[in-house]
Design a binder for this molecule. Structure first.
Ligand SMILES: NC(=O)c1ccc[n+]([C@@H]2O[C@H](COP(=O)([O-])OP(=O)(O)OC[C@H]3O[C@@H](n4cnc5c(N)ncnc54)[C@H](O)[C@@H]3O)[C@@H](O)[C@H]2O)c1
Length: 252
């Protein structure tokens, strides 16, 4: 029970990495606020947690909307009386070069994958300061470390997420607030389901030294550690889980 009695909120908790993390958090004794834009997905994860004997609530919110972000934090504190951690994990992964995408598509990606972290931090930090500390986690990605072709908005947003992580870590360490990012490589989730299998395998053969597909619950395990007191001296870092992709430029 590495997270016993902690209150943790996870955005994008209705699917993929977020859902696996909500379930792992609850299994480790946390009370979990499962936030998703589509409520039914959050409710399904809450049901699984309840069936496992855990405690969780579902909250509908669009993390790109300031009012929704404030509301999800308020509801969590009303329900559980505190908030020990937030995991900004909701994200979209649009493709396109700068000449291909519209301004609206750029704004949508930057708002969900980057601005949402700013909004959540802005509104949760005062509560954490009043409580004596807290944890903020963000899902960035390896494309935030090195850009990928045809992913201009996504690569930019994820790079911003990594440096925003460092900024928050520096600015609020004195309040005992830790902030870290997780940078997954290619993880099997609904987000990547649409990728054609041959293209995926070719990519992984070329760029991922460890064979095999990364599973969402393997990312969740890292999110458990970073939210736990075992990581109390860990802040301002971007943790890569990518089967070794970032270890070298030419793998294959
Ligand atoms: N799957 C991968 O290979 C991979 C790799 C690197 C980074 N990531 C990142 O991991 C995070 C989770 O991705 P996933 O693969 O689990 O995807 P997913 O599509 O399975 O889950 C993302 C969830 O976020 C929710 N969401 C999207 N926009 C939202 C919004 N505005 N407000 C609230 N909820 C919203 C979706 O409804 C969905 O439930 C994302 O930030 C993604 O960019 C994923």
């Amino acid at each position: 029970m590495r997270l016993k009695d902690k209150v943790l909120l996870v955005t994008g908790g209705g699917s993929g990495i977020g859902a696996a993390t909500c379930i792992a958090y609850a299994n480790e004794g946390a009370r979990v606020a499962v936030v998703n834009r589509t409520l039914s997905k959050a409710e399904a994860v809450v049901q699984t947690i309840h069936e496992n004997g855990g405690t969780a609530i579902a909250i509908q919110a669009d993390v790109a909307q300031s009012a929704d972000v404030q509301r999800m934090i308020t509801i969590t504190i009303e329900q559980f009386e505190r908030i020990d951690g937030v995991y900004n994990n909701a994200g979209i992964s649009p493709s396109g070069r700068v000449t291909d995408i519209t301004e609206a598509e750029w704004d949508e990606c930057l708002n969900i994958d980057l601005k949402a972290i700013f909004l959540c931090a802005k509104f949760v930090i005062p509560h954490m300061q009043a409580q004596g500390g807290g944890v903020i986690l963000n899902t960035a990605g390896t494309f935030g470390i090195r850009a990928a072709k045809n992913k201009a908005a996504y690569s930019t947003a994820k790079a911003g997420a990594i440096n925003l992580t460092r900024s928050i870590a520096l600015d609020y360490a004195e309040d005992n607030i830790r902030c870290n990012a997780i940078c997954p490589g290619f993880v099997v989730t609904p987000l990547t389901e649409g990728f054609d299998t041959a293209g995926r395998d070719e990519f992984l053969d070329q760029y991922q030294p460890l064979r095999g597909l990364i599973q969402a619950d393997e990312v969740a395990e890292m999110a458990v550690y970073l939210a736990s007191d075992a990581a109390k001296m860990v802040t301002g870092q971007a943790f890569v889980i990518d089967g070794g992709q970032q270890a070298g430029l030419f793998v294959g």
